[in-house]
Write a protein that binds this ligand. Sequence first.
Ligand code: SF4
Length: 358
Amino acid sequence: MKQKIKIALELLLNRLSEENTRRVSLGFSHFKKQLSVAYKKQSWKIRLIHLCDFIIVRTNGFRFIEFELTNICNAQCIFCPYPDMLRTEKKFMNMTSETLAMNSKKLSHFKNAMVSFTPTTGDTLLHPEWPAFIASIMAVPQVKQTTFFTNAIKLDIENQHKLIDLLKHDNHLKMSQLYFSIGGLNRTDYKTLYKVDRFDLVIEQINSFLLLLLENNLTTGIHLHLKMLRANDFKLAEAISLLNKNKYPFLYISHSHLYYSNDGYNRNAQIAYYHKVPIEKTKACSYLYKTRFAADGSIWADGCVISEMPGDSSLRLGSASDSLTVIEAARTKIIADWEQQSLIPKPCQGCTVYHCKK
Ligand code: SF4
């Protein structure tokens, strides 16, 4: 799609209300489902599916739900608080089926929910029962769309087939987008960023998974997000030849040289950070309306990577055994404390993700 059209479309989508954002997202998901039938025989459909994917990823809204199956990770990224959290009292665990059942019931109170299985820290594929847990959440009628980020280290051949199976049985195309994060474009940069030596494995696994998608006529949007070091140059042609050897048509590659942070974050000199928002934060961040169902059974506001700082629980709303009334009362208090008494929660102080949608 031409760059100018993309920018204009993005501006237009940003102006929509939260409710209309969800409507547009669901409308284009439905349209994509129809286009996906026999797309290989009618190649004109590919461009329209690209358009649908473009719109769907930009209409997640700011109230989507974060559903964390595990908070255990197999990397120690230099842009994530996970390595610091390992030195705190926090419990590192997989979500249990009891917690899943309690949280599933709560989900039925959300309308047209979009659920992201991306944990605050951790990697979804490390949960031993991730296919069954994800399928059970996707089966909740109020859940209309789902997605998740993975570092693809555990996307071994067994998990590739499990994921393909999940997508093949996804008759309503609820899982229309998947995100893989990769540290740089070579082994050395990957090791510097993720602190593990898994670059070659990840590249091989992603190529093999894309081939399976092709062979199974699936149209899931796959977004490869390359995390870059301060000194790296991004070369799109190199990324494509490395990561899409089999030419899967619905692969989108993006990259970022900038990372989120807040005032409590230990910065790393090898990466660059977003600047602080140059406005007075009198209005509470819109992301406080998001809900995170954490792996340990607690429930939090927001769920971005820096919303839970080591040793801090100021965005915790309650636990899976609490009623939604209790959870929402805690959220209302956090927002009122911010807007009426300027009591800004610790992770939000100096947070560069801060977003205010009136
Ligand atoms: S200010 Fe930052 S930490 Fe606070 S809710 Fe917004 S995104 Fe999350």
